[in-house]
Design a protein around this ligand. Structure first.
Ligand code: MN
Length: 128
C-alpha cells in the first residue's frame, strides 16, 4: 500500500519543490498550508509521515507537533521538520516539540525523499 505523506507548507514555491521531489516515489500526498489545516487533515486522514514547515500561519509547526504528540494516534508518527538556514535554534526547538528529524531550506530535492524513505522504514521496524 502506498504511504500517505502530509506536506505542511505555506510558501507555494517550497510546496512546489517538495511535491516535485516526492511525486516520483508513489506516495499519496496530502497538502496543508497552515497549522489549523494540518491538524484537521492529520486527524482525518492519519498520514504515515508529516513534513512540517515550522513557520506557518495560524498555528506554528512547533505547536502543531506538540498537539499531535499529545494524541495517542500520533505519539509515534514520523515528523520531519523543515525551516530556513537562518533560523538559529530551530533544530533544537523542533526536536523538543517532538519532531524526529530536521531539514534546512532550501529543500534539497534528493535529500528530502531519502530522509522520508528512511523515516518510514524506521517506523516499520518499530512496529515489529
Ligand atoms: Mn513557512
Amino acid at each position: 500500500m502506498n504511504e500517505k505523506i502530509l506536506i505542511v507548507e505555506d510558501n507555494p514555491q517550497n510546496m512546489k519543490v517538495e511535491l516535485m521531489a516526492l511525486r516520483p516515489h508513489g506516495y499519496i500526498l496530502l497538502l496543508a498550508t497552515d497549522g489549523e489545516e494540518a491538524l484537521q487533515i492529520a486527524v482525518r486522514d492519519k498520514p504515515d509521515l508529516i513534513i512540517m514547515d515550522l513557520r506557518l500561519p495560524k498555528v506554528s509547526g512547533l505547536e502543531v507537533t506538540r498537539r499531535l504528540r499529545q494524541m495517542p494516534d500520533f505519539s509515534h508518527l514520523p515528523i520531519l521538520a523543515v525551516t530556513a538556514y537562518a533560523m538559529r535554534g530551530d533544530k533544537e526547538k523542533a526536536i523538543e516539540a517532538g519532531c524526529n528529524a530536521y531539514l534546512c531550506k532550501p529543500i534539497n530535492t534528493r535529500e528530502l525523499p531519502k530522509m522520508v524513505a528512511e523515516m518510514l522504514s524506521a517506523g516499520e521496524e518499530d512496529n515489529t
